[in-house]
Design a protein around this ligand. Structure first.
Ligand code: HEM
Length: 194
């Protein structure tokens, strides 16, 4: 369910940013290392975090957290959405830029948070999402196949080579963060792939 929501945000961004879509297509049809694809998925998870919180956690003993005393058995949660709005961590954070995850020549981002925690779409630590590997794999297959077979463009004019400003990216809070106005796009078969 959350990965389906992720798919919708990713494709919406590919319609909005045709340059990213054609770079992805070149990667898929070329010597496929999937680094750019992975970076784009991570950027979509950063920019449109499916959940603003993790699941509720409970402390098993009294614990001090940043100067606050949390009594035993009290529920705690984490505002994971705030992490991706930290100007000290993310440059140009409003913009959708796959490249920010391509530092060090495409080295994978530390999604487990074992080295550092810059964002945690799947949580981190012992209760990290059990399906995170499957979710990323599913999104990779969905996006790679969608781009391999079809070109996705905006149904509204004007669309320029720099992108489309008419894709409505407002969010709506349900169990996950969904598109307020679901994506409507033109899908054209790529002749080389059909
Ligand atoms: C984009 C897709 C997904 C996102 C963003 C996501 C995110 C999360 C988050 C934030 C948590 C809570 C972690 C915590 O409380 O610390 C979680 C827990 C969990 N997720 Fe996911 N998830 C996704 C897909 C999936 C899929 C595909 C599966 C199963 C096939 C799955 C299975 C689970 C399970 C079983 C837990 C509970 C783990 C526990 O409490 O020990 N998730 N997920």
């Amino acid at each position: 369910m959350r990965s389906r929501v992720g798919d919708q945000w990713i494709v919406a961004n590919l319609v909005k940013h045709p340059d990213i879509q054609s770079k992805l297509y070149s990667e898929i049809t070329g010597k496929w290392r999937a680094w750019y694809l992975k970076a784009t998925l991570l950027e979509a998870l950063r920019r449109h975090l499916p959940g603003h919180f993790v699941l509720p956690h409970r402390v098993t003993k009294e614990v001090e957290l940043d100067g606050y005393m949390i009594p035993k058995n009290r529920l705690v949660n984490f505002m994971v959405a705030d992490l991706v709005w930290d100007l000290k961590v993310w440059k140009d954070l409003i913009e959708f830029k796959s490249d920010r995850f391509l530092a060090n020549g495409g080295e994978e981002f530390d999604i487990m948070g074992s080295r550092e925690i810059k964002m945690m779409p799947f949580g981190v630590g012992r209760r990290i999402c059990l399906g995170w590997g499957l979710a990323l794999l599913h999104m990779e297959y969905f996006v790679a196949n969608s781009i391999w077979y079809f070109e996705w463009t905006s149904i509204q004019e004007p669309t320029t080579s720099l992108g489309s400003d008419n894709i409505e990216m407002s969010e709506k809070q349900e169990f996950t963060t969904v598109m307020k106005n679901p994506l409507r796009a033109r899908i054209s078969p790529r002749m080389s792939s059909v």
